[in-house]
Write a protein of this length. Structure first.
Length: 183
């Protein structure tokens, strides 16, 4: 990397260019999980009951929102030859339900045929699906796996341009709840 003045680029310039490139991506999916949840809703009316159970496969993406990065989130320590990148926390995207593979089990066809029980059950199950999938996806273990993936991607994304510019540096990636984030 050579600056406009023809001189070799310094680490801060390379980091700034890398940050611009990263921010241009807007969001980076660093991890994805596939989950299957079961939800059931039961409705009773006029002595009759209806029930529907859904077995629902869904995919959840874990993203980093690069638009939240600012110039102060990438710092260079000349003495230590360390580039520190402060990332925003992992965000869990809305579940993507695999509609083609939902399995449905139910009973109470009389009540479903006579009233709006099926609409009530379906609406309740839709809400339960989202809640159940997010609960499965938002665990400390899965968040840590997503963080490791994000850390690795960002370290490589910053270290490679530094190395290409002939700058030997260590890249450190931190998340909001980690020590040293406020540096």
């Amino acid at each position: 990397f050579v600056g406009r003045d023809g001189k070799p680029a310094d680490a801060q310039s390379v980091a700034a260019a890398s940050l611009d490139t990263i921010r241009a991506q807007n969001r980076l999916t660093v991890f994805a999980g596939r989950f299957t949840v079961a939800v059931t809703t039961r409705v009773s009316k006029l002595g009759l009951s209806a029930e529907k159970t859904l077995i629902v496969p869904a995919t959840v993406r874990y993203d980093i929102d690069y638009s939240k990065l600012g110039p102060d989130d990438v710092t260079w320590d000349t003495a230590a030859r360390e580039m520190t990148v402060r990332l925003p926390d992992i965000e869990i995207d809305e579940p993507q339900v695999d509609m083609a593979n939902i399995r449905e089990y139910g009973g109470g066809t009389i009540l479903m045929a006579l009233g709006n029980a099926e609409e009530v059950i379906d609406a309740a199950n839709r809400t339960k699906i989202r809640t159940a999938v997010i609960k499965e996806a938002d665990t400390p273990l899965l968040r840590e796996l997503a963080r490791r993936s994000a850390r690795s991607a960002v370290e490589r994304g910053i270290a490679l341009p530094l190395k290409a510019a002939g700058i030997d540096a260590r890249v450190i990636v931190r998340f909001p709840d980690e020590s040293g984030y406020g540096l």
